[in-house]
Design a binder for this molecule. Structure first.
Ligand SMILES: Nc1ncnc2c1ncn2[C@@H]1O[C@H](COP(=O)(O)OP(=O)(O)OP(=O)(O)O)[C@@H](O)[C@H]1O
Ligand SMILES: [Mg+2]
Length: 245
């Protein structure tokens, strides 16, 4: 497991490092974030912190803004107002967006965004292009990651020939390829059977325990939510702990 997060080539990036604040102890800090689409206020003053090495699940009704929130954290979208820091990096005012996405976070989305013409192995290896690893090392790491998610026998398969659950696990392997400190996942186990969901959750757990990786997952899946440290609920534009104050 530990080799999963070993430095992949040149890890530090000076331009990105200059953006990192040393005095934010959280893995994720969200303060008073608002996001509107036209007249619809989707996020209306959302604030929460996520501790490093924790596993947080976010629930909430369909359309409550869960995916919107993940997009903001991934710097794929901008809030109308508010502060968002991930690993101390102000992602709202960041210019090094591609570097941030490639180096700091691992993304698993509802739509897997796999390249249909590439094999599972090539889809995972793609995430390793700017790491300084050679082609053979990228291939070896991709195969290793696919083994970790239970797809050792599907490394040569292309997404259109794979089941939804298999594709989801390729997306998880790809998200982990670059050794991210924070994993942002949208329903990562929703389409998986018990065995596959278990292997993804075991992998998250191992990354957290061994490497201190932080996981934030949007989920309605009781199997995932039962294993999270903390359950937050997004509704009516606000976020609050489930069962808390
Ligand atoms: N780019 C956009 N333009 C306009 N409206 C948007 C856009 N993205 C999201 N919305 C709207 O914002 C609201 C929240 O959407 P979002 O996808 O974040 O919900 P969700 O909580 O992830 O729902 P689900 O559980 O169904 O995935 C919805 O009403 C959606 O239509
Ligand atoms: Mg969604």
């Amino acid at each position: 497991m530990s080799d999963l997060l070993e430095p992949a080539g040149q890890r530090t990036d000076r331009r990105l490092e200059r953006q990192r604040s040393a005095d934010d102890p959280n893995a994720i800090t969200v303060r008073d974030v608002t996001r509107r689409f036209g007249d619809t206020v989707v996020l209306d003053g959302v604030s929460f912190d996520v501790a490093p090495g924790s596993f947080t699940a976010v629930t909430g009704p369909s359309g409550s803004g869960k995916t919107t929130l993940l997009h903001l954290l991934a710097a794929l979208d901008h809030p109308d107002s508010g502060t968002i820091r991930v690993n101390g990096i102000d992602v709202v005012h960041l210019h090094q967006l591609t570097r941030y996405r490639r180096r700091e976070i691992g993304l698993v989305f509802q739509l897997h965004n796999l390249v249909p013409r590439l094999t599972a192995e090539q889809n995972v290896a793609m995430a390793l292009f700017d790491t300084g690893l050679g082609a053979r090392q990228r291939k070896a790491r991709a195969v290793d990651l696919l083994e970790q998610v239970g797809l050792a026998n599907r490394v040569g398969a292309k997404p259109p020939t794979m089941s939804g659950g298999e594709r989801q696990r390729v997306a998880v392997a790809r998200a982990l390829a670059n050794g991210p400190r924070v994993i942002l996942a949208d329903e990562p186990t929703g389409s998986l059977d018990d065995d596959s969901a278990g292997s993804v959750l075991d992998l998250f757990e191992a990354l957290r325990a061994d490497e201190g990786v932080t996981v934030l997952a949007v989920s309605h899946d009781p199997r995932l939510n039962a294993r999270a440290d903390r359950l937050l609920r997004l509704a009516d534009g606000r976020i609050a702990p489930v069962g808390g104050s």
